[in-house]
Design a binder for this molecule. Sequence first.
Ligand code: SF4
Length: 438
Amino acid sequence: MNVFIETYGCQMNKADSAVMMEALLEHGYQIVNHENDADIILLNTCSVRKTAENRIYGRIGYYKSLKEKKRAATGKKLILVIAGCMSQRLGEGLLKKHPPVDIVVGTYYRDQIPQVLYQFLNDNQQIFVEQKKFTFQPSQPDQDNPHKAFVTISHGCNNFCSYCIVPYLRGREISRSSAEIIADINDLVEKGVWQITLLGQNVNSYGQDNNEISFAQLLKKICQETDLQWIKFLSSHPKDFHEDLMNVMAEEKKVANCLHLAVQSGSNNILKKMNRHYHIEDYIRNVKKLQSMIPNLYLTTDIIVGFSGESAADYQATLDLINEVRFDDAFMYKYNVRESTLAANKYEDNVAEDIKQHRLAEVIKLQRKISLENKKERIGQTFEVISEYKSKKAENEILGLTKEDLAIVYQGNKEHFHQILNIKATKMKGNTLYGEII
Ligand code: SF4
């Protein structure tokens, strides 16, 4: 049977989709690239924002009509499976409220999708399954680029940032043993993987639950005991980002010169209400230190505007921060209440919608300007690059990602997809950096 997988949300979900895909392939299912070719649709969902959930409701509506069309045209059933954070959050309620959904599986059940499908195909009854205990699964190479893979090193989160639903969905943080991580990576290397991204909700607190080794020590161990070429990691929490990790990043050439360090706000008042446990002065001191240790650092962040009680002065502090740190890129959002979170219970969502909207537009404009200026400063530099996609617009044009995670376009052909290239950045066209193979 043919399965079409649609993945939403964070890199963790992408890693979970790879595990589901591998389990399905092992059980004789085929993975297809279009829903029209599918017998089974698998939506791996995200609950982090209301807009993310609304999008999934839209997709369920779309698949309801596709199911009806398929039944009318072929007499066959199209099976709709919901996995991921929404299934964890809403559980059986999703089946009751949305009859087109056939199967709901909690996030911990991702490797057992074939068994659940087998049960459904035999009983033809809606199924909801969840599992209380999380187990780490072997990582798989990326389907689009077999030289890349995500490797999960921890699961869950203990931080309870007041706006965030993740700890309620994914549970308390558990770290995978370093021996298992090394064995997993060595298997990937045997399969041809050069580049991995280590994943955790907060990779910096790796090892705190099992008193094994710290994240900095794990990173060093991976550099020493595996034959990878590039190592990246996501996500880092500023409260746990310390000098030991900065030193490993600066010393170990395999560790990519990129860091995503979510700041969320430039105001200490707001950071306190967000339960973030750091001061903005410490954040700035740390990133400036790292920028001086790694001059090519590609630094990205997350920013929320319009959080409960955000005054004009609090908001100005965020603008000042963006101007001072000069991030290379940022994910920027306006605050949306997530039910059951600390902020939903404790704080009023009292910044008017038009003010939120205005602030969001302004931070996006400022960040875009800085991103562009930072990119222009990189013209003339040479980067290590892995080819990612062939351009749909221009013959022989390839879009690649530098070791720092910067997108760059260059002339090349299919041979250039299976090696690390040296590309010199030569010009900008619009927002895009262009270069030449050297
Ligand atoms: S660190 Fe905060 S924002 Fe990130 S997953 Fe944990 S609670 Fe959510």
